[in-house]
Design a protein around this ligand. Structure first.
Ligand SMILES: Cc1cc2nc3c(=O)[nH]c(=O)nc-3n(C[C@H](O)[C@H](O)[C@H](O)COP(=O)(O)OP(=O)(O)OC[C@H]3O[C@@H](n4cnc5c(N)ncnc54)[C@H](O)[C@@H]3O)c2cc1C
Length: 424
C-alpha cells in the first residue's frame, strides 16, 4: 500500500524550491522565452550548490551499497526501507516547473543522463560518472536515444559502437536528434551524455547498450540547435558522433550478463530509465498545470467567480464547471504521479504506473493550459501574461519520454497481457 502522506522534510525542501521558483525563475520567464537558448544564469547559480549537495548524499548511498552495507551480491542490493529522495526530487521538479518549465530543464544536474547511469551502470560507474556533479563549475547531463529513423521505435537505432581490439576502446558513430541539454552537457560544460547505440546491428534489441560520452570529447559535434514552440529556455540539439573513441568502461553495465541484474541489461536499461524519468516528466507537467490553474483561479476571483463546492453541479455556471474540471484533471494526474513515485521509493516495479501518470499528466496539462487561455479571454492570448506560454510549454509533455500514443500502447499491453509483437 502506497501512502500519499508527504514526509515533513520533503515538504520543507519543496517550500525552499518554491522560493527559487518565485525569485530566480518566474521573473525571467518571459525574457528567456523571447530570447531562446539564453542560459538562465540566476537559476543556474542559485541551484548548482543545491545539486552538488543532493548528489553528494545520493552517492553516499551508492558507496554504502558498494562497500558491503547492502544485502545482496555484486553491490546491486537495494537499500533497506523506502528511498524518499526520489519523492523529494519529484516535488522539486513540480515546483520548478511551476516557476518555469524551460528553465527547469536547464537545472545543472545529471537529469536524464543520471537516470540512465543509475538504471544501467554498475555502482562503480555511478560513483565515477556522477561524482563530477559534486564539484567544480556547473555541469549538465543528457540522454540520447532518438535518431532520424528511430523515435518511438528506438530499437531500430543505427548509431554503432564498435570495439577496437587493439586499444580496447569503443568507436562511436552516428547521429542523434532532439537531445535536451546536449549542448550544455557536451559543449558548454564537462558534463555527460548517455548515448544508446548498437554493438551488433544484426542483433536488434539485444545489441543495444548505453555509453557515457563526457563533455568536450573529440569527434562530437552539435549539428543543429532546434527552434521550438515551447520550453524555449532549454537547449535541444542534434548530435553527430564521428569516430568518437570511448574507454571500454564507458559502456554502462558489463558485457558479462551474469554480472548484471537482468532488469538493467542493454535495452532493458533504457526502459528502466523511463520508469524513473516518466514520473519526472509528469511532475513537470503538473507544475505547469498548477501555474495555469492558480493564475486562472486568481483572475476569476478578481471578477467575483469563486468556486462553491457545496453547490450541486446543475447550479454551477459553465465557467465554474470548467474550473472544477481543471482542478479534477490536475488532482487526478498528480495522484497518479505520486503513486508511480511511491512505488519507486518502495523499490516496486512501476512501469505501468509510470506510463499511466505520464500519459494522464501530458493530457491534463495540455487541456488545462488551453482552458486557461480560453477562460482568460484575449489577455490569455496576449504575451503580457504567461498563460499563452504555459500552453506552449505544456505540449512537449505529450511528446518526449514516449509519446501519448506510445504510453497508451504500453498501458494497454500491460493490462491486456499482450506482447510487443501482439499489440503494435
Ligand atoms: C523538445 C524535445 C526534446 C526532446 N528531448 C529528447 C532527449 O533528450 N533525448 C532523446 O533521446 N529524445 C528526445 N526527444 C525526442 C522524442 O523523445 C521523440 O520525438 C519521441 O519519442 C517521438 O519520436 P519521433 O519524433 O521519431 O516520432 P515518431 O515515432 O515518428 O511518431 C510520430 C507520431 O506517430 C505516433 N506513433 C508512432 N508509433 C505509433 C504506434 N505504434 N501506435 C500509435 N501511434 C504511433 C507517435 O505517437 C507520434 O504522434 C525530444 C523531442 C523534443 C520535441
Amino acid at each position: 500500500m502506497i501512502s500519499f502522506e508527504i514526509p515533513e522534510s520533503i515538504v520543507n525542501q519543496s517550500q525552499m524550491t518554491k522560493m527559487v521558483a518565485e525569485q530566480a525563475m518566474r521573473p525571467y520567464s518571459r525574457e528567456l522565452d523571447e530570447h531562446e537558448h539564453q542560459r538562465p544564469e540566476a537559476f543556474v547559480n542559485m541551484t548548482w550548490p543545491f545539486t552538488q549537495q543532493m548528489m553528494k548524499s545520493a552517492l553516499k548511498g551508492v558507496e554504502k551499497r558498494l562497500h558491503g552495507n547492502g544485502n545482496g551480491s555484486n553491490g546491486h542490493a537495494a537499500p533497506k526501507g523506502p528511498d524518499f529522495s526520489i519523492l523529494g526530487f519529484i516535488m522539486m521538479v513540480e515546483q520548478m516547473s511551476w516557476g518555469d518549465a524551460g528553465q527547469y530543464l536547464c537545472l545543472p544536474h545529471p537529469m536524464l543522463g543520471g537516470s540512465a547511469v543509475q538504471a544501467a551502470g554498475t555502482p562503480e560507474q555511478q560513483l565515477r560518472f556522477l561524482k563530477k556533479f559534486t564539484e567544480g563549475d556547473p555541469k549538465w547531463g543528457a540522454m540520447a536515444i532518438t535518431e532520424p529513423g528511430a523515435g518511438s521505435d528506438n530499437s531500430s537505432m543505427r548509431t554503432t559502437a564498435i570495439l577496437d581490439p587493439d586499444t580496447n576502446e569503443w568507436i562511436l558513430n552516428g547521429e542523434k536528434i532532439f537531445i535536451t541539454n546536449g549542448k550544455l552537457a557536451l559543449e558548454e560544460s564537462d558534463g555527460l551524455c548517455v548515448v544508446w547505440a548498437t554493438i551488433d546491428p544484426e542483433a536488434g534489441r539485444a545489441g543495444i547498450k548505453s555509453f557515457v560520452v563526457e563533455g568536450n570529447t573529440p569527434g562530437v559535434s552539435i549539428a543543429k540547435q532546434e527552434h521550438k514552440l515551447g520550453i524555449r529556455a532549454s537547449d535541444t540539439v542534434a548530435l553527430h558522433f564521428d569516430n568518437v573513441r570511448l574507454p571500454f568502461d564507458n559502456m554502462l553495465g558489463t558485457l558479462d550478463a551474469s554480472k548484471q541484474p537482468a532488469a538493467n541489461r542493454g535495452f532493458k536499461g533504457a526502459m528502466k530509465t523511463f520508469d524513473a524519468s516518466r514520473p519526472a516528466v509528469a511532475a513537470s507537467a503538473m507544475g505547469i498545470a498548477r501555474a495555469a490553474l492558480e493564475f486562472t483561479r486568481d483572475k476569476l476571483a478578481e471578477e467575483g467567480i469563486v468556486l462553491d463546492y457545496t453547490k450541486p453541479r446543475h447550479e454551477l455556471t459553465a465557467v465554474e464547471r470548467d474550473l472544477m474540471e481543471m482542478e479534477a484533471r490536475h488532482k487526478g494526474a498528480w495522484l497518479l504521479t505520486l503513486r508511480a513515485v511511491g512505488m519507486m521509493a518502495h523499490g516496486e516495479s512501476n512501469r505501468l504506473a509510470a506510463s499511466m501518470c505520464k500519459f494522464r499528466a501530458g493530457e491534463a496539462v495540455t487541456w488545462i493550459t488551453q482552458k486557461a487561455v480560453e477562460l482568460l479571454g484575449p489577455m490569455g492570448y496576449s504575451r503580457e501574461w504567461l498563460a499563452e506560454k504555459w500552453m506552449r510549454d505544456a505540449k512537449i509533455n505529450d511528446i518526449y519520454e514516449g509519446t501519448k500514443q506510445i504510453n497508451q500502447l504500453i498501458i494497454a499491453r500491460s493490462i491486456l497481457g499482450y506482447s510487443r509483437r501482439e499489440l503494435k
